[in-house]
Design a binder for this molecule. Sequence first.
Ligand code: NAD
Ligand code: WQD
Length: 338
Amino acid sequence: MAILITGGAGYIGSHTCVELLNAGKEIVVLDNYSNSSPEVNARVKEITGKDFETVECDIRDEKGLHEVFSKYDIDSVIHFAGLKAVGESCQKPLEYYENNIGGTVNLLKVMAAHNVKTIVFSSSATVYGEKNVAPFHEEMEVGGTTNPYGTTKLYIETILQDLWKSDNEWSVSILRYFNPIGAHSSGRIGESPNGIPNNLMPYISQVAVGKREKLSVFGDDYETEDGTGVRDYIHVVDLALGHVVALERAMKINACEVFNLGTGKGVSVLELVHAFEEATGVKVPYVIAPRRPGDIATSYSDASKAERVLGWKATRNAFDACRDTWNWQKNNPDGYSV
Ligand code: NAD
Ligand code: WQD
């Protein structure tokens, strides 16, 4: 029996594949490589010393998905595939709704047709919207997302909940990630954004490696300790390990459950810059710039449910994530495109 990993060649997917393989699971990676490279799979095999099947397929391709489910003995799905750029989603909302929501509905239909009813889904802290006050916990009312990307996550959560209500044989685990950063300690896989990075950590590491001149810190007048935005940065390997336990639980019980995957601690932009400098010995020049539209001051998790129910807890801190990001970035300055 194998786990189908949609978007398995992506940043979080690839790290999760490593941890699943290390845990002795069998996997099939499915990706359309719209935001990744097949080279990732080779590196996951190299890190783990294990082999697995890979399929180039789009989750919107119903026929293609049927073939995959017919060919392999799939018993569960971890669903990472999706578009994730917040700014782009405001320019191209229909692409985001079609790819993320349309693709997910298609995947769920094909799963049901093959009687595969266990799914772990990549949601996001973005579903807590603007109105809730951190720490965010799973029982809070979600909504009020500020961009189409975030809205796709909100709608997909609702679709999964409706599906489960219609048929309790489904087992659904919705994982709300906070801010994933870091890389595998080997430095062989990591985050490889196309073009100018939107997110803080890849931007910092590209400044450090000399690809960008300086970081713009978006606002220093928030109501936070040092005035810069506060986020819950979770090491991608901790996040990956969260998927292993979430899937194991989903295989045992038929429920629809939501878990925050975060550290439970907030770190400001300047604290992350300083942690990076300390972990790497490399200076990160920055300027204070205006606030970025749509940003909130503070976002961090109440991570107690995942610890209580899944027995999962983040064990790596921002310093570890900075060190591992740097190890990846300096050894792969152009990501996978070498
Ligand atoms: P990523 O872009 O690195 O990985 C997504 C993968 O999905 C890519 O390999 C891409 O090629 C593939 N993909 C996209 N559309 C596809 C389609 N239609 N068919 C098949 N494959 C497709 O992103 P990531 O950071 O690894 O994120 C993984 C998931 O986690 C996404 O759903 C994302 O929205 C979610 N998430 C990410 C973050 C974050 O900050 N990185 C935070 C919260 C949630
Ligand atoms: C973090 C902090 C910025 C870049 C986004 C998505 C969210 C989720 C994770 C997928 C903020 C500041 C950033 C820069 C800066 N993705 N910043 N200079 O906005 O918390 O979350 O990624 O689900 O949906 O919105 O992450 O890394 O962009 O920003 O000062 O060049 O860094 O203002 O305070 P964010 P981020």
